[in-house]
Design a protein around this ligand. Structure first.
Ligand code: PMP
Length: 307
């Protein structure tokens, strides 16, 4: 995000000025990573701005909180409404939303029943991995950092602490001159990108790594699986070894922020033709078609800003 902050933010039940949404330096989450959050996009559509799968994202927020035994001070309906309210208050239409719950101040120690506070921020966000990458693709590398094992930290929670792993992977990749890093699971098999799920294409079929491979069960991943199957494209969820990244016909990563970003090389090896391939293009068309009206919204995923 640029240093040009939006004016308004929702914090603990109130709309406040951005600079007034503060917390104490002794907040539990700052020390121990005890926060959960979501990333959601609002798109312009022919019928007005729509928040993409708002309810599903906030359901996942509450699922993440349940895993960490965090009592949420507001119901999910309050947070859904806050998401709409803060976008409107900032006069945004194309926006990224960040609902967030964190253990704040009160009590010391790891198991303290520190009260949970909540905020919802929003700002304009273009393509996460850089201008032009949705067409040109990125060069990726396999990280020297593995994902955490499933019996250590639950990858299925979107918790602040998980993103220490993501930071190691993403920062190493950028330092080495790559657009993004891809991690292996503790099994040595493919997991996901620093903040994105993976799809490989073999013979016209989509292959994606399973939720057991230390990844976040992405809502974009689920959207792609659903749209692809409806379009008659075969989708396989399975474990895959690292070298499949080099051998597949096409490769892309996906996520709310990264949307659908083609990958043109991994570890210096060209993927397919080195250009986004036909299946990747088809998936992009179906996905972005949800927002220009060319893909019917059969599942009620577009939750209108002015509902
Ligand atoms: N994996 C990780 C680690 C992520 O942070 C994200 C982004 N939230 C994803 C996958 C993609 O998830 P989604 O499509 O729900 O944004």
């Amino acid at each position: 995000m640029s240093t040009q902050y939006p004016e308004w933010i929702w914090h603990n039940g109130q709309i406040k000025r951005w600079q007034d949404a503060t917390t104490h330096v002794m907040s539990h989450a700052l020390h121990y990573g005890s926060s959960v959050f979501e990333g959601i996009r609002c798109y312009e559509t022919p019928n007005g701005p729509a928040i993409f799968r708002l309810s599903d994202h906030n359901k996942r927020l509450y699922a993440s909180a349940k895993i960490y035994d965090m009592p949420m001070p507001y119901g999910v309906d309050v947070i859904n409404a806050a998401c709409r309210e803060v976008i409107k208050k900032n006069n945004l239409t194309r926006a990224y939303l960040r609902p967030f719950a964190y253990r704040g101040l009160g009590g010391f120690g790891l198991s303290a029943d520190t009260p949970v506070e909540m905020s919802v921020a929003t700002w304009f966000m273009g393509p996460y991995l850089g201008e032009g990458v949705l067409d040109a693709g990125i060069d990726a590398c396999v990280s020297s950092w593995q994902r955490f094992a499933p019996n250590t930290i639950p990858a299925g929670a979107k918790a602040g602490g998980n993103y220490l792993s993501g930071q190691l992977i993403a920062r190493e990749a950028r330092r080495l001159g790559f657009g993004e890093g891809i991690a292996l699971a503790s099994t040595g098999l493919l997991s996901e990108g620093a903040g994105e799920n993976l799809f490989l294409v073999f013979d016209g079929a989509l292959h994606t790594t399973p939720v057991s491979a230390a990844l976040l069960n992405g809502i974009t991943r689920n959207t792609i699986i659903t749209l692809a199957r409806e379009a008659g494209i075969e989708v396989v969820e399975r474990d895959m070894p690292r070298e499949y990244l080099y051998l597949c016909d096409e490769l892309f990563m996906c996520g709310t922020a990264a949307e659908i970003t083609p990958i043109r090389s991994v570890d210096g090896r060209q993927v397919g033709t080195g250009q986004p391939g036909p299946v990747t293009r088809h998936v992009q068309e179906m996905f972005f078609g949800l927002f220009d009206g060319t893909t019917p919204d059969r599942h009620g995923w577009l939750e209108m800003l002015d509902a």
